[in-house]
Design a binder for this molecule. Structure first.
Ligand code: CTP
Length: 451
């Protein structure tokens, strides 16, 4: 039997009182039904590393759905479940107030101290019928449930029920590896079962300042070609988890070093010259005067900037290949294409009048311009792009279509030509006031029919 250490104190210190009380309540109800219950995985790992997180799943050695339903019967809320996976979600958002007041008796606690739902998972094992397939699922012991996980450091469980409260269950050597700082798979087919684990290995290694253990590294070398067969959606998801890390740059560097990026696609690489612009895209404050939107095509702006910074420096064809391989969203693909066409024109814009620059940049999505700004920080190009984004693009004549109509200009292509001529005159400093605009307008307008 594995050594039993108790981490009840750690648990008590890490969780806010309301969350802890709820956890204990669940453990009590499980205990009454003689069901062993645990918190496992990332939550326990982070707790033992003294970087506690708040979110946990409850793993039940037995029927998790039945436990969730019993809680629903006793306390309310609403349970949804997946019988195939033996999982249940107990939705408690609407009963949080009564839970706090009547059940947990925590009058001073805040509603937000409790989660909106809790996941209950029956301990299970999974079989992969063939590499990269979705697994077949079967009920099992906690020990086997933990065995299907990616790395030993993610196989730790803390038991919650009865006298076992706070006991660490360490069946697979996770605690020692956590202390030694090692990322280690549990068996030699782990990366064959799920090649995305190779990207996860790098992510955890760099996040915690750990080392991928030698044998695991060897297995990665042997399995890395399997990344070629993984879907673009799954790979993009893993890459985005990396981009969302506190500091993704060392992980990108390590992926390159381990030849994992080129295993995803031969054109995919990480170049450390991109460290600065990538940091600026993901972490540094965005230039507020640019007024960038928070999302682009529905996706968070920083993530979109990260892809732009990463792929815009590539030849158009390669970036199109990568966009296809990773199934990047439509906006981003278009942006990469537009950006690739713009890049060769940028040096030529340096000596141009503002109106020429605006004519070239209008229609280029602002995130693309910002990414090019970040990629050209040390050149005068950055200055031009920034002036465009913060000043020139906002300069418009007082005159608009309604004015022209009221002046008797018949609608048609002339409108665009006239309005652009006025805007260009403002941009290039040929006019400085509405009066001057008015005078120019009169010169531009063909003789009025009724004159
Ligand atoms: N897991 C796995 N193989 C994967 C993905 C996940 O074995 N390809 C397992 C891991 O053991 C992990 C658990 O499923 O502990 C939950 O996955 P996830 O939520 O991604 O893990 P966390 O460890 O919580 O990661 P993070 O700290 O980044 O949230």
């Amino acid at each position: 039997a594995p050594a039993r250490q108790n981490f009840a104190d750690r648990l008590e210190a890490a969780l806010p009182p309301a969350r802890l009380a709820l956890l204990k309540l669940i453990a009590d109800r499980a205990h009454r039904r003689r069901l062993p219950v645990y918190v496992v995985g990332g939550f326990v790992r982070d707790l033992l590393l003294n970087r506690p997180s708040q979110d946990f799943d409850i793993v039940v050695e037995g029927d998790a759905i039945a436990l969730a339903r019993a809680l629903e019967r006793e306390l309310g809320g609403r349970v949804t479940s997946h019988s195939r996976f033996g999982t249940a979600k107990w939705h408690i958002a609407e009963i949080r107030a009564s839970l706090l007041k009547n059940t947990l008796r925590l009058d001073n606690a805040d509603l937000s101290d409790l989660p909106e739902y809790l996941d209950f998972i029956s301990a299970r094992t999974e079989f992969y019928d063939y590499p990269t397939a979705l697994p077949t699922v079967e009920r099992s012991s906690i020990k086997l449930d933990l065995h299907r996980r990616d790395f030993t450091i993610n196989t730790l469980a803390l038991r919650l029920d009865g006298r076992h409260y706070g006991d660490l269950y360490d069946y697979w050597g996770g605690y020692a590896d956590l202390q030694r700082g090692l990322i280690r798979v549990l068996h030699s087919l782990s990366f064959v079962d799920d090649p995305t684990r190779m990207l996860r290995a790098v992510r955890f290694e760099q996040r915690f300042g750990f080392q991928i253990e030698d044998r695991t590294l060897q297995l990665m070398h042997e399995a890395r070609d399997l990344l070629r067969q993984v879907s673009g959606d799954r790979l993009r998801h893993e890459l985005e988890l990396i981009l969302a890390e506190e500091d993704p740059l060392p992980a990108l560097q390590r992926l390159e070093e381990l030849q994992l990026l080129e295993s995803i696609h031969p054109d995919l690489h990480w170049n450390p010259q991109l460290n600065d612009p990538m940091h600026a895209a993901l972490k540094a404050p965005l230039e507020s005067a640019w007024n960038l939107p928070e999302t682009w095509g529905g996706a968070p702006i920083r993530r979109m900037l990260a892809y732009l910074v990463w792929f815009l420096p590539l030849p158009a064809e390669k970036s199109a290949n990568l966009a296809q391989r990773l199934r990047l969203p439509h906006h981003l693909r278009e942006g990469l294409k537009i950006g690739a066409e713009l890049i060769p024109d940028l040096p030529g814009l340096l000596d141009c009048a503002p109106s020429r620059i605006v004519a070239r940049l209008d229609g280029v999505p602002l995130p693309v311009i910002y990414a090019l700004f970040l990629l050209n920080r040390t050149s005068e190009i950055a200055e031009v792009l920034s002036t465009y984004a913060t000043r020139w693009r906002h300069i418009h004549p007082v005159t608009d279509g309604h004015t022209l109509r009221a002046m008797g200009v018949s609608p048609g292509p002339a409108y665009r030509r006239i309005l652009w001529a006025l805007r260009a005159a403002w941009l290039d400093g040929e006019i400085h006031s509405p009066e001057e605009e008015r005078r120019l307008l009169e010169q531009l307008i063909p003789t009025k029919p009724h004159d």
